[in-house]
Design a binder for this molecule. Structure first.
Ligand code: SAM
Length: 277
């Protein structure tokens, strides 16, 4: 018998992967979690039927959400990851020697626990002594910490369930306060094919709060539409003014200094989504 995982990317679009083995299925207090072994993309983590990460293409998302802001900041020492319980973003953050402290504020301990057990190549850095795992709502954590982080990475699920509040002006204002005076926030801001209206709304929110707002893209095969957006708000540093010749080579598979520069060149329809007032 063939077993398939199917994600309904919207009511008219589905994405399916043939499953080798079901490793875990768990109803957590927040969401329905599954980790499956698939033929094409290796082990995958799904939450409420939505693909979060796969062993085969996770490097693209995690490298791009982390290295673009961390190489834009001149000296990132303290980093907050909101969401991101699989540990992929934390693993990339720790490739930066300047980083002394990474806080992971993840609402669902089951994501951390199961990622540690079944997705070791992604979660491998979660036991590093520089990492503090705070199980709880990232919104509450941000509201309770002021002027503390150089970079905040919002590695969230789609704007549904517990993540709804991570896509609001109040949250981005609270992140502004949580950042130090030259701090940077980056958020995954979804597919321009599916969430165009939301991306435009987020872009306006960022521009109202941060002196520098920039959008960039990456191609992620298992995410809806494959073309993915990230939005960066910065108090001081402009990611497009980084001297790419000064970026040290680190161990990556997608991010390079050249990609850092190229990622900000947006296809016209994506630029229009970000710029439309
Ligand atoms: N790379 C992924 C994507 O774009 O599909 C995101 C991966 S990561 C697993 C997302 C995490 O955000 C989930 O583990 C979820 O539990 C967490 N999350 C959602 N809302 C949250 C909140 N309010 N505070 C902290 N974590 C939250």
């Amino acid at each position: 018998m063939e077993l398939w995982f199917t994600e309904n990317q919207d009511e008219n679009l589905r994405f399916s992967l043939k499953v080798k083995e079901t490793l875990v299925v768990e109803k957590t207090p927040y969401q329905h979690l599954a980790i499956l072994d698939t033929y094409q993309f290796g082990k995958i983590l799904t939450l409420d039927g939505i693909l979060q990460t796969t062993e085969k293409d996770e490097f693209i998302y995690h490298e791009m959400i982390v290295h673009v802001p961390l190489f834009t900041h001149k000296n990132p020492k303290s980093v907050l990851v909101v969401g991101g319980g699989d540990g992929g973003s934390v693993r990339e953050v720790l490739k930066h020697p300047s980083v002394e402290r990474v806080v992971l504020a993840e609402i669902d301990e089951a994501v951390v626990r199961n990622s540690k057990k079944y997705l070791p190549t992604i979660s491998q850095a979660l036991d590093d002594p520089r990492v503090e795992i705070m199980i709880g709502d990232g919104i509450k954590y941000v509201n309770e910490h002021k002027n503390e982080f150089d970079v905040v990475i919002v590695d969230s699920t789609d704007p549904l369930g517990p993540a709804v509040g991570l896509f609001t002006p109040d949250f981005y204002k609270a992140v502004y306060e949580c950042l130090k005076e030259d701090g940077i926030i980056v958020a995954q801001t979804e597919s321009p094919f599916i969430y165009g209206k939301l991306i435009n709304k987020l872009s306006k929110m960022f521009k109202e709060i941060y002196p520098i707002t920039k959008a960039y893209i990456a191609t992620i095969p298992t995410y809806p539409g494959s073309l993915w957006t990230f939005t960066m708000g910065s108090k001081k540093y402009d990611p497009e003014e980084v001297d790419i010749n000064s970026i040290p080579r680190i161990d990556t598979k997608y991010y390079t200094p050249e990609i850092h520069k190229a990622a900000f060149v947006l296809p016209k329809f994506v630029k229009d989504i970000f710029d439309e007032v």
